[in-house]
Design a protein around this ligand. Structure first.
Ligand code: OSB
Ligand code: MG
Length: 370
């Protein structure tokens, strides 16, 4: 499976509706697609870095640079063919998890396609249907938030997550709980609070939340442990968990009781599986987070989420929650019971549509061995 060509494309897609977090409001997403070719087969990966370094320090430009100047030359010079070989070799470079993960995902897709198997089978996935929810952004008003949630609940999603920040937290939870007393509900602060807000955050214990995601800064495992000690609602870490090592330290320190796994954030599937397995051994449930991926990245997420310790509803919604038209055919749809089926074809198991990709492409470049 000698790699003959690697292609990068920078794409821009507009959301159906803006998405606001504690970082700010966004109307669309710029991201990189990685394509890896061998023997006429193409593996696809999505690099989830955004235009600005808000969620993490990576950007589309840093990822492009690291892929072009380090990771792709490494693949060609060292004749790397396997995703595991790539993950091991890429460790020499510090950071740049999203750049690494995008290329590793493309190698996984290529491997699975060349073996004629869906990715979930390669990974050891056990589920064929993935329980899913929706991540709801911050809205201009509480009535607008409630309308949005009502729409998603009517569509059949299993749980709702709302983004919170100082000034949009207790009131929002109160309103959602009054209108939807039994709704499985969780909140995500994307690190918008600090330890001085501890007493304020403790009021969230009154709303029967499934979890509170990432109240404090990514590097702050300690402050999370102080808050978790005083709350009955489980904390879930997203931005803080960068590797199996940080997962272990967070669990041992009592910084969280649940972990959100995003392949991009942890640098690839190899590391994601190590986190999954560690958490499983400790009885800590995980779920699959999202980065508002195109259908290509989300198909990858469905395969990962088929692993057995993904025990909570995932941030994996249907194509029509994000895009007027997704990049894939068939599009991802929500099934009865609030689940999405894991694609059963080889590799990611859905077909990227070249013409839609081309229409969204701002820039592209192809690389070959010297
Ligand atoms: O914190 O989970 C997050 C989107 C972009 C950056 C960070 C996050 C999110 C989401 C979206 O919550 C989840 C999805 O893809 O549906
Ligand atoms: Mg999050």
């Amino acid at each position: 499976m000698k790699i003959e060509r690697i292609e990068l494309a920078l794409l821009k897609l507009d959301y159906i509706r803006f998405f606001e977090t504690s970082f700010g409001r966004e109307y669309g997403r710029t991201f990189i697609l990685a394509k890896v070719w061998a023997g006429g087969t193409c593996g696809y990966g999505e690099v989830v870095a955004s235009e600005a370094p808000l969620y993490s320090s990576e950007t589309t430009q840093t990822a492009w640079h690291v892929l072009k100047d380090f990771l792709i030359p490494m693949v060609f010079e060292e004749s790397i063919e396997s995703p595991e070989g790539f993950a091991a070799a890429a460790k020499r470079f510090r950071g740049h998890a999203m750049a690494k993960a995008g290329l590793e995902l493309a190698l996984w897709d290529l491997r699975a396609k060349s073996e004629g198997l869906p990715l979930a089978r390669l990974y050891g996935g056990t589920k064929t249907e993935i329980p899913v929810g929706v991540s709801c952004g911050i809205e201009d008003s509480i009535p607008e938030l409630l309308d949005r949630i009502a729409g998603f609940v009517d569509e059949g999603y299993q749980r709702i997550k709302i983004k919170i920040k100082p000034g949009w937290d207790i009131g929002a939870c109160e309103a959602v709980r009054n209108r939807f007393p039994d709704l499985p509900l969780q909140v995500d602060a994307n690190g918008a609070y600090e330890i001085l807000d501890k007493e304020h955050l403790k009021k969230l214990d009154g709303f029967g939340l499934l979890m509170i995601e990432q109240p404090f800064a990514p590097y702050d495992l300690w402050d999370h442990s102080l808050l978790q000690k005083e709350m009955k609602t489980p904390l879930c870490l997203d931005e803080s968990i960068l590797s199996e090592r940080t997962a272990r330290q967070a669990c041992e320190m009592g910084s969280c009781r649940i972990i959100n796994i995003k392949v991009g954030r942890v640098g690839g599937v190899v590391e994601a599986k190590r986190i999954h397995d560690y958490c499983e051994s400790r009885g800590v449930p995980v779920w699959c987070g999202g980065m508002l991926e195109s259908g290509i990245g989300r198909a990858h997420n469905l395969h990962i989420a088929s692993l057995p310790n993904f025990k909570l509803p995932n941030d994996l919604s249907a194509s029509n929650r994000y895009w007027k038209r997704d990049l894939i055919e068939p599009e991802i749809v929500l099934e009865k019971g609030g689940v999405i089926r894991v694609p059963s074809g080889p590799g990611i198991g859905i077909n990227p549509v070249d013409e839609r990709i081309r229409k969204a492409t701002l820039r592209e470049e192809a690389f070959r061995p010297e």
